[in-house]
Design a protein around this ligand. Structure first.
Ligand code: AMP
Length: 356
């Protein structure tokens, strides 16, 4: 991990009036750039692929400049250029995934949020330890596949976006579906409705819903569109489909905005607060956007199957705000909220609280 003192030294030398917000051209970059522009920053799009022409169609989200790289790890060879532009990197899900956790942690460029969170988020056991010790309920794990006595989801370690997960109802189905080359965990399949809750924790803001030394905001909520599971029911009973060689997959293809029944909001804030507090105890805090991904059962219980500790693509439908963020400030996307936090931190001389 790049030492925080090194990052703070770099920040000291930055021209605070000429900060540039940079991210990888994918995932949630449109709202990150749009939000940065609204907050008055220069913007830099980092791109490896040649597929960035689509930004021409979105002038309000097109970065001022692109930096074309040969590979994601090339970013480490271009550090001087980034620092010369006073760059603050905004990590999003694809950024960390494409670059790799190790390289991302070592990148000696000021980055929004606390990079220590990655070690806790990228390992399923450690993530579970964090969330459960915070008091958040997760779907139970089944240690021994022979004990599968209800629908379960077999998740391969390191699998992303639900690719390769499979459902089994007993040991036989488990054996039939398993790729023995891969390590996995078996989780109870929770039946209910999915909600992906987008929070923002600010260690700087002192009003609102106070948590730890700062304030917790609820930015928005989405539900993912997942192919093919979301549409599979149209083809008939699952046993029949299996005979035809059709198995459910959970590959994210898009996002739909949702709101949750209002009586569940206290629970939503409780969970957010517990996770933030525990993050401080375990690794020095989680700053900025994060997402709890969970299922609400018909008993109105929340079971959280994952946390994502940065901006999620599920916040993309809310580029002009959401039914929740509108109640704090209109026109506030998560992307814009990140830039606002950087701006306020820079003005208050508190960049050390939000950058690592
Ligand atoms: P993940 O990669 O853990 O975010 O999971 C991918 C998708 O699998 C989720 O978006 C859900 O649709 C589904 N999923 C994950 N865990 C569970 C679970 N325990 N029960 C039911 N569905 C789940």
């Amino acid at each position: 991990m790049v030492p925080k003192e090194k990052i703070l030294k770099i920040l000291d030398e930055y021209d605070k009036d000429k900060l540039t917000v940079a991210t990888l051209c994918s995932h949630s970059s449109l709202q990150i750039f749009n939000g940065a522009k609204k907050e008055g920053f220069r913007t830099l799009g980092l791109t490896v692929k040649d597929n960035f022409r689509y930004y021409d169609a979105f002038p309000k989200a097109k970065p001022d400049e692109f930096m074309k790289l040969d590979s994601y790890s090339d970013l480490l060879d271009n550090v001087d250029e980034l620092l010369a532009r006073n760059v603050i990197v905004i990590p999003h899900g694809s950024f960390v995934e494409y670059m790799g956790t190790d390289k991302f942690e070592k990148m000696p460029v000021p980055t929004f949020g606390n990079r220590n969170v990655l070690r806790w988020e990228s390992n399923r056991d450690r993530m579970r330890m964090w969330l459960e010790s915070a008091g958040v309920v997760m779907p139970p794990i089944i240690e021994d596949p022979k004990e599968i006595d209800r629908p379960v989801l077999v998740k391969y370690n390191g699998a992303k976006g639900g690719r390769g997960f499979f459902i089994a109802k007993d040991y036989n189905e488990f054996k039939l579906g398993l790729d023995p080359e891969q390590s996995y965990t078996i989780q109870e399949y929770v039946l209910g409705t999915r909600y992906y809750l987008h929070y923002f924790y600010s260690p700087i803001r002192k009003d609102g819903f106070k948590v730890h030394d700062g304030s917790l905001e609820l930015m928005s909520m989405d539900r993912r569109d997942e192919s093919n599971i979301d549409e599979l029911y149209k083809l008939g009973a699952s046993e029949e489909l299996k005979r035809l060689g059709l198995f459910p997959t959970f590959v994210v293809t898009g996002n739909v905005p949702v709101v949750i029944r209002e009586s569940l909001l206290p629970k939503v804030f409780d969970m957010g607060e517990q996770v933030v507090n525990r993050a401080y105890e375990l690794f020095g805090g989680m700053i900025g956007p994060f997402c709890l991904e969970g299922i609400v059962t018909d008993k109105l219980e929340f079971k959280v199957f994952e946390i994502s500790s940065r901006i999620v693509a599920g916040s993309n439908p809310f580029i002009s705000g959401s039914p929740y963020s509108d109640l704090t400030e209109e026109n506030m996307s998560t992307g814009r909220r990140i830039s606002r936090e950087i701006k306020v931190a820079a003005q208050a001389g508190q960049m050390d609280k939000v950058i690592s």
